[in-house]
Structure formats: structure tokens, C-alpha cells
Write a protein that binds this ligand. Sequence first.
Ligand code: UD1
Ligand code: CA
Length: 477
Amino acid sequence: MRANASAGPKRAHSPETRGGVTVVVLAAGKGVRMNSRIPKVLHLVAGRPMLLWSMAAARALDPERTLVVTNPAQNGVQAALNGEGQTVAQREQLGTGHALAQVDAAHRTRGPVVVLYADAPLLRAQTLQRLLKEHRKAEAAVSLLTATLDQPHGYGRIVRGRNGAFRAIVEEKDASEEERAITEVNSGIYVFSGRELWPALLKLENKNRAGEYYLTDIVRQLKGKVHTVPVEDGDEILGINDRRQLAQAERVMRQRILDQLMLSGVTITDPATTFVDADVQIGQDTVIHPFTTITGESVIGEDCVIGPMTQLRDSTVGDGSRIERSHLEKTKVASKVTIGPFSRLREGTVLEDGVHVGTHTEIKNTKIGPGSAVPHFSYLGDAVVGANVNIGAGSITANWDGFEKNTTEIGDRAYVSCDTIFVAPVRLGSDATTAADTVVTKDVPAGSLAIGRPEMKIVEGYTARRRARHKAEVKKP
Ligand code: UD1
Ligand code: CA
């Protein structure tokens, strides 16, 4: 996230630039219908807090300033903004009009004031740009984005006169039956002329069912023209009030992300079962197979095959790697690496070029050098493994002594036979070999063999004697 991206380079507040755009994002609502301990605007859509979708749309206008009206009693909102925009406190939640009225005199500029509700993450930047452009052209007091919905329930309705001219926005709670049948709704996305907005805001009243200061009532107080701009795609104005709408937004956003990836050259065999977060990057000719989720800040290279049934979280994957039925978290995978099926790579795993991790392997905080293989049933924790090492099936690092984590070092070209246990801290030198079933408790010098198991005995004729004994026992009455 760019810090304070909306401000751009240093700009003096000269009279010429006073007409610059001010964006106000309203994010202080209680979000009662979410039934959540988390502020509504911090709920995630495609991995991003809802509020940050509004901030991204705002950035597209290259505004002079972006103000975010927040509720100081809600934790985490300021932190999520990560220095972007300037917060304005609304201590009591008395409605959207009241929220906008918290903007102080110094910021009540005369130029265009774009108001966004932070619970509408699907708004496209181009739509907002178009609204601003049309507003300027129309020289209106306010331009509002409207949409015609099959299900207008919950939205303020746009009431028009016989000639089609805009008359009012009526909130659902206050609407008559006839008004409720109207399918054209208010998006909550407006561009005001600052000159007209601020004086009119002083006149707002709360004489309605909710007892709130509705921003929507301001259109009655404005002297100038009210311009409405319809948006074709009704999804864009989806306001999230409860978690069913949150899921709806997630679905729309997911499809947009997948469409964009497919158009950029990524094959997604089944978009219906593929989930990719907004900030993920995927290279050309990579194929994503079904039931795969790629989330957080993951970056996937070109010509990879990911999935089926794979989860990648905050992980990077180099070109030409293949990952099947595995879970990766905060892992760095280089090029031409193969992983899976059924392996789990946890935080701090680094796999260099050409590494092979096979099945049922868990790796944590471990670096594995180029060309090395961990093909089956291993656990490597807090280890540093060199290049071209083979780790035999069932080998593990005993990295935890009950008090702290200890490191295992395995040198280049070491050959670790099956079922080796490294009791860390311990070091296996380069070109060293361990015999199967060895418990490595001491450092092993380079090129040596470590063997630590009871010597094998041979008991000749044993099986025949055992079977005879068994037969005799069964015959006994
Ligand atoms: C609002 C509109 C409605 C519109 C709909 C679009 C009003 C009165 N109604 O209704 O016409 O169709 O959005 O989605 O504006 N907020 C504050 N402080 C407050 C109250 C709200 O900052 O005191 C913020 C919320 O965080 C939210 C936004 O304003 O982001 C909208 O509030 P919400 O209560 O969700 O309004 P709706 O009932 O959805
Ligand atoms: Ca809402």
C-alpha cells in the first residue's frame, strides 16, 4: 500500500488548485446488521478490507485530499488505512448526513466533493471517473449515481415527477407502498459542488423514522441542479449491510479477478471452484486447477501448474513449478520446483530451484538448496539443507527439545537414508551419509557415514519353528 497515495506529490493550496477534488469516505457506521465484533468496513472482500476498495476507487480520481470519517470507538480502522487519507472522527452515529458534517471548516472546499460509503466495494474506478466528468459537464449542485435493481429492497428509492425529473430520495423505512415499488435506487455515491454542499448540510434535520440525519435529504436543501447518472451494472452499487451481501460481493469480485487473470493469459480450468485474492499476481500460461485458493500477497510465476486442491497463502512461486494437493503458507518457492500431493509447507520455508517435495511432508522455517529432494513422509523444522541432498522417507528433524527450537544443518550432496532422526542442534557434513534408522545425536564430519542402530541378527529356520509351535497349540483340546 502506498502511503498517502491520494495526496500525490507536494501541491500548494494555491487559489488555482482550491478547485481540486475532495473525497470523503463514510466509514463510521455501527454496522449493526453484520452482527460482528469487527467493524463492518474491515470485513474482507477478496482478501481486502472493504474500506480499502473505496480508497482504491478514490485514488483513481487523483484527489486533492481524501478524508475518511471513522468512529474512534472502532479498533483497527486507522491501522487498516496504513497512513492513507486523513481521518475525521464521528463520535456519535447519527446518520450519513451527520457523518459528512464532521468535516471541519478547513476542509470545506468549494470544488467537487465526492462522497463514498465504505460499504460499497464493487464500485469501479471508471464509473466514479465518469460520474465526476458528467458532474463537471452538467454544472450540477449534486450528481448522484443510481441503479435500477430487480431487488431494490433496503435502498433509498429515487422518486421522480411525471416528466421524469428527479424529485427526492426516500429511504425505505419512510417510503410509501407506492414508493417501495420503485426499482431505481440511490447508490450512496455522489459528487457535490462544495460551494452548495456545506451550507446546505447545516440545514439537515432528523425528522424521519430512524431519527437520523440522512445525507439523502440534502438534495431538498440544495439550490442548484440535481443530476442523476445511471450505472448499467447494478452490482457496482451493492451496499453491504449483512453477511449475505458480503458473500454476494465476494462472489462478484472473485469473478472479476478470475476474468482479469484469464484475459491476461492464465488458464483457470474451473472458475467456479477457484478463489484468488485481489492482490495476487499470476504469470502467463500458468494453469490453475479446481478447488484451489490463492490468497494474501501471493505471487505465482509463468508456466506453473497449481492444484487441484491447493492452498497458497502469502507465498511466492517461481516459473515452471508444479504444486498439487498441498498447503503453502508464507513459503518461497523458486523455479521448476515440484510439490505434493499432500504436503504442508509452513511459514519460513524456502525451496530453491529444482527442489522436489513429495507426499506427506511437513516443512517449517527451513531452507532447502537447489536440486534437493524430500520425497516422502518427512518433517523438516528449523533446518538448513544444502544442494542435491536426498532426504530418505520418514526422516525427521527433532527440532524441539521441550524448551526451545534447535537447528539442523545438512551439507551439500549428503545422502540421508530412510528413517534418520536428527536430534537438533546437529550438523551433517557435506557428502556425508546416514544409514537407515540412525538417530543422529552428534555432528557428522563431511564425507563420513553415520550409523546408529543395533546390529542386525539372523536366526535361521525361525519361521518353520514358529509355525510348527502354532499348529501344536491349536490342536490342543
Ligand atoms: C444508505 C442510503 C441509501 C442508499 C444506500 C446505498 C442514507 C440515509 N441512505 O443507506 O439511500 O440506497 O446507503 O447503499 O444515506 N455511516 C457513517 N456514520 C453514520 C451512519 C453511516 O459513517 O452515522 C456510514 C457507514 O459506515 C456506511 C455508510 O455510511 O459506510 C452508509 O450507511 P448505512 O447505514 O449502511 O446506510 P444504508 O441504510 O445502507
Ligand atoms: Ca449500507
